[in-house]
Design a protein. Sequence first.
Length: 228
Amino acid sequence: MKIDILTLFPDMFKGVLGESMLKIAQEKKKVHVNVRNIRNWTYNNHKTADDKPYGGGSGMVMKIEPIYRALASVKGMAKGRRVVLLTPQGKRFNQRMAKKLSKTKHLILICGHYEGVDERVRLLVTDEISSGDYILTGGEIPAMTVLDAVIRLIPGVLGDSASLKSESFEDNLLEYPQYTRPREFEGMKVPDILLSGNHKAINQWRKKESLKKTKKVRNDLFKKRREE
């Protein structure tokens, strides 16, 4: 998979891409990530990427010209490509969207900033994604969320592919409780069923606990599961 990130603040991605699973995925050549500074496609010596909004109002709006030129330089083949704008006005990001994007050959993430982007930018994208119902300074942190969620789903990135099937949000369920050594700590004990060696009983317990946790913590997911 090829991923291009268009941003005004490329240095924000150095730590994220240089550590842990995202670093390993690149070393394995499962994904090739380019972080591109939108200012490189501006027209003047000041590298102006934003301007005051027409009609007045506070703040600045990201200009369409550098974003258009940046997209034109990295688009490549149209087939198998998705262009995503990170914006509070987009659809809320979830695991289903992550799975869909993980099958994309070329993913382009545009990080919005300031008071947003020129509305005409929306004509250039295939998707608009929001990380949640809150406002951030820019789209860089949501882009990092999308990167992590998508890249870990690429076959061969994670060592244990079976673990993906039991994670939270699969089948609209939160993951069951997990325990490891020691068996008892400060009076808190690991459930006996997990030490029984009865895998059928353990799987039944995990399914029951998963349903219980989802109903208690994310009743919206629990209801959605019942409706499907």
